[in-house]
Design a protein around this ligand. Structure first.
Ligand SMILES: [Zn+2]
Length: 176
């Protein structure tokens, strides 16, 4: 009889110990996943264990959950522009690139406004309406994905990044 009680006690200890390990595993699975801000290249889908820099696109790695902006592909751009209301089209390149003096010149979207990324990073977004949808673009979607992230971090709820940027846009009807 004593032997059986001992066995039961041993079993209880094993079960409790086991569930304790289970709990530890559960808490460690809520670890932060780090990603680079989506610009349209392959590394957008890669997940990293810690902060740092993306080895492919060199962008800063951020908490995956903090990326809340949306994206539009160059092939869907025309449809997106036609169907969007209350839209601000934001060109974040330099004034020269916006005016068509870039080398190469990738063109500029119709009805867009220009605030260079260097101004936006100093708070230049303050004049933009947070209730509007902001379509952000540049040449290759490196600057625009950084700006999209910056805007959502500062209270903008409807931000859309043009993946690939103007260099990937083949539809000339959207250009000035
Ligand atoms: Zn990357």
């Amino acid at each position: 009889m004593k032997n059986i009680i001992n066995k039961v006690l041993l079993l209880v200890v094993i079960i409790c110990g086991g569930s304790k390990t289970g709990f530890t595993q559960k808490t460690s699975s809520v670890k932060i996943q780090y990603v680079c801000t989506p610009c349209g290249i392959k590394c957008d889908k890669e997940v990293f264990a810690g902060p740092g820099q993306c080895p492919n696109c060199k962008m800063k790695l951020v908490d995956k959950k903090s990326i809340i902006h949306k994206s539009v592909s160059p092939s869907d751009l025309s449809k997106f522009l036609k169907s969007s209301k209350n839209l601000v089209i934001l060109d974040v390149r330099t004034k020269g690139e916006f005016e068509g003096h870039g080398e190469p010149d990738f063109g500029t979207l119709k009805n867009s406004v220009n605030i260079p990324i260097s101004d936006l990073e100093k708070g230049g977004y303050k004049g933009l309406d947070k209730n509007k949808t902001i379509l952000v673009y540049c040449s290759h979607s490196h600057r625009s994905s950084r700006v999209s992230y910056l805007l959502t971090q500062n209270g903008f709820k409807n931000v859309v990044n043009l993946l690939g940027g103007m260099s990937e846009v083949t539809d000339n009807s959207v250009r000035k």
